[in-house]
Design a protein. Structure first.
Ligand SMILES: C[S@@+](CC[C@H](N)C(=O)[O-])C[C@H]1O[C@@H](n2cnc3c(N)ncnc32)[C@H](O)[C@@H]1O
Length: 207
């Protein structure tokens, strides 16, 4: 993560590489109009990219980190996306008041690279709170690395997992089956699992 612009915009280099394939998959999954709540927006680079790519949607970024929220605001100003794109919500996925913070229902929830860089309780909260927020037919799209049946799908994912757990023992690449079961328990139907570049996946559920 770095900032080079002399303002509060942060740069997350991976977003340069993955914004197009993620956007291509979102183009297939998201409705053409409505409000999309992005959880864990990070720098905001994905948010402004997708707001510009899907102009009929309203892209609502959120993140618990105040520096990230300031970065999102700087990116929105830089891309001149006000007033279409709302200010970021300072929202932790474990907060129990998503709807009150959002003030209106969302048609979809998107979370990119959150599950492995947060405690398991955040995955549970994402699934349960999204199920409460979304109405029937609403989508939840989750992107990141996953294990399959307890096995890493690549050596790079294995070493990434080790490095995550060294940084924080509560972090780590999640097992797809465990997440699918938790999602089903929360009330979601699996839409599809798309294999993405660099051994990532996009899993889409339907409420
Ligand atoms: C690896 S970054 C991913 C950011 C962005 N989605 C991307 O792909 O560039 C993980 C993000 O998760 C956020 N995060 C961590 N714990 C969270 C929580 N409990 N609720 C919501 N977001 C959280 C962090 O603040 C950070 O912005």
């Amino acid at each position: 993560m770095s900032t080079v612009y002399g303002d509060q915009r942060l740069i997350f280099p991976a977003t340069q590489r993955n914004r197009i394939p993620i956007g291509d998959e979102l183009a297939e999954q998201l409705p053409s109009t409505g409000l999309i709540l992005e959880i864990a927006s990070g720098s905001g680079e994905h948010g402004v990219t997708f707001q510009k790519r899907f102009p009929k949607l309203t892209w609502q970024c959120s993140d618990p980190d105040p520096d990230h929220c300031r970065s999102i605001g700087s990116w929105i100003r830089h891309e001149q996306l006000m007033p279409k794109m709302p200010a970021a919500l300072q929202l932790d996925v474990r907060d129990s008041d998503w709807l009150e913070q959002l003030k209106m229902p969302a048609q979809a929830v998107v979370a990119i690279n959150l599950l492995h860089i947060s405690a398991w309780e955040c995955t549970v909260a994402l699934l349960r709170q999204s199920a409460q927020l979304l109405q029937a037919g609403g989508k939840l799209c989750v992107y990141g690395p996953f294990c399959v049946d307890g096995q890493h799908v690549s050596e790079s994912n294995r070493s990434f997992d080790t490095s995550l757990q060294e940084r924080n023992p509560a972090w780590g690449v999640r097992d797809q089956s465990t997440v699918l079961q938790e999602a089903a328990d929360a009330g979601f139907t699996l839409g599809n699992i798309r294999l993405m570049p660099a051994n990532n996946r996009m899993i889409t559920w339907i409420r």
